[in-house]
Design a protein around this ligand. Sequence first.
Ligand SMILES: [Zn+2]
Ligand SMILES: [Zn+2]
Length: 296
Amino acid sequence: MLVKFWGTRGSIPTPGRLTEKYGGNTSCVEVRVAGKLVIFDCGSGIRDLGISYFEEFGTTGIEAHIFISHTHWDHIQGFPFFPPAFVQGNTFYVYGTAARRASISSLLSGQMQPEYFPAKLDDMAASFHYRAFKDAVDLGDGLIVETAELYHPGMSHGFAIHHEGKKVIYATDNELNLGLKFKDDNAGYSAGYVNPRETLLPHLIPFFEGADLLIADCQYTDEEYLHKATWGHASVSAVMTVMAEANVKRLAIFHHDPLHSDRVVDEIVVDAKNYLLRNEIYIDTFGAREGMVLKI
Ligand SMILES: [Zn+2]
Ligand SMILES: [Zn+2]
């Protein structure tokens, strides 16, 4: 499996010199596996991904599976700017949750009403197939995408790609802290958490278990989280606690806060590594960078 990061930022694109190491485009990750193209989320990073498809494959005959975690702006705002969508002869399968009252096509078309964008969803000339997912999607050729509900206002979903014994997970916009409990409420983070297997949504540890790569929302330092609880994103120690319990092998820190310069993201990565060191846990941990390619 090849994993490429096209957008790693949360909330809003943040171009500029202060974010050039980790990138300013919002959430978009591409996975190439079993001869298929799989895309997680349509943040602003999907624009460059689309341009790269033209360069690599030509303008027509492109086929990809697009999974949408949820429809907050930073996960769909690049969709109207995905150039292959406007070319006849391309085919896209778009998966959104079946748990919402509105279908994924109507939610995507909402941001393309004439008040917001000059072209409508129906003006996209590629062939689109919209599908509602529940628990898992079978893409054929031994490729299964398992889904799981995460902790997020309005709900977000994580996706686990399984192929030939490998497991890569994309799980962003996930406030794991809400499912954890402190050992001592008065001592907070310094006392650590109760075993997350006993407190987290019961499906989540098995969902993360043994992942070869987990791309996870780790937006806040522990200090910041104290002021941003219930905003829908996790803190460093919460993510590390859960990843350790689930025996994750590699962790990409993702969905960087728009207020965080490269220097702050570097500090979050150091915080994460220190947390693991203190607790004698080995997980290969790094900050996801736009343009980074991983072979799993
Ligand atoms: Zn987000
Ligand atoms: Zn969100």
